[in-house]
Design a protein around this ligand. Structure first.
Ligand code: C2E
Ligand code: MG
Ligand code: MG
Ligand code: MG
Length: 274
């Protein structure tokens, strides 16, 4: 009966790909099973200091391999994890795994390496978030200053006061905070002003055009200048070419990450050089 049940689930799931209207419900089921069945893994994308060329850390990126459909894009399943609240248990798994991995790098002698973990805004609705982060650090033995939390937002924030209080508590733990995808969606200037963050990640949609579109160049330069004036570190996402790199370096962007520097890879394949 169990096998039959499972088959029915897969059939529903397959139909879901063909019928978008039926998708959320069935994908949700599949995602619920994914955590139990250990179908999630993490890739790590290296981040570099653009002045020295040194690898300074890596961003943990969630991967899902469905037993029958294969690799599913995060663009497809992360929003659903957020909508369903499943990002809370999955996010805890991500954080704990990433802290353990980074502690392992430290043990291997890569002592300066930091790990960046994406946090969805809805994870801030959990009263236990700060305790969870501090327990992940304690359990892994990772020093708090080697953990960076990237705040990504897909929906408007409900309770800004509470989020702010939580961000302050996280900083008191000694972890650093970055605004992800800056300049797009809900990642607004008000966040730069009000949030106790250390870093700004320039969204790849702006970086992509810097070798050909003067508007992208102007925007990227302005973000770098503004971040400097606010004493924040800039990270460029989506560095895909030598031309991107040259522009960013010339204009004083501090850190970079992208296919030109290093692709996201499973931890055993990660290279600390480019
Ligand atoms: P993000 O945090 O902005 O991550 C950067 C995305 O850009 C990653 O996509 C990465 O693979 C991709 N990327 C890196 N370098 C380049 C490049 O040079 N060119 C291009 N075109 N893309 C590049 P990915 O892995 O598909 O993740 C997509 C998004 O899913 C992430 O965007 C993040 O918002 C979300 N996500 C991934 N893992 C997690 C997680 O553990 N928790 C949460 N809440 N969200 C996650
Ligand atoms: Mg990110
Ligand atoms: Mg981003
Ligand atoms: Mg993103």
């Amino acid at each position: 009966r169990r096998a039959l049940q499972q088959q029915t689930d897969w059939e529903l799931f397959d139909t879901a790909w063909l019928n978008p209207a039926a998708e959320p419900y069935d994908l949700e089921d599949a995602l619920r099973q994914a955590l139990r069945n250990q179908e999630f893994s993490l890739d790590y994308q290296p981040q570099f200091d653009l002045q020295s060329g040194a690898c300074i850390g890596a961003e943990a990126l969630l991967r899902w391999r469905h037993p029958r459909c294969g690799q599913v894009s995060p663009a497809r399943f992360v929003p659903l994890l957020e909508e369903t609240g499943l990002i809370v248990p999955v996010g805890e798994w991500v954080l704990r795994s990433a802290c353990r991995q980074a502690a392992h790098w430290h043990d291997q002698g890569h002592s300066g390496m930091r790990v960046a973990v994406n946090l969805a805004m809805i994870q801030f609705e959990e009263a236990s978030l700060v305790r969870m982060v501090s327990s992940a650090l304690a359990d892994s033995g990772l020093p708090p200053n080697a953990l960076e939390l990237e705040i990504t937002e897909s929906v408007a924030m409900n309770d800004q006061e509470r989020v702010m209080a939580t961000l302050h508590e996280l900083r008191e733990l000694g972890v650093s905070l970055a605004i992800d995808d800056f300049g797009t969606g809900y990642s607004s200037l008000a966040y730069l002003k009000n949030f106790p963050v250390d870093k700004v990640k320039i969204d790849q949609s702006f970086v992509r055009g810097i070798d050909r579109d003067p508007r992208d160049r102007a925007i990227v330069q302005a973000i770098i200048g503004m971040a400097r004036a606010l004493d924040l570190v800039t990270v460029a996402e989506g560095v895909e070419s030598a031309a991107h790199l040259e522009f960013l370096h010339k204009h004083g962007c501090r850190h970079g990450q992208g296919y030109h520097l290093g692709r996201p890879l499973p931890p055993e394949q990660l290279e600390f050089k480019h």
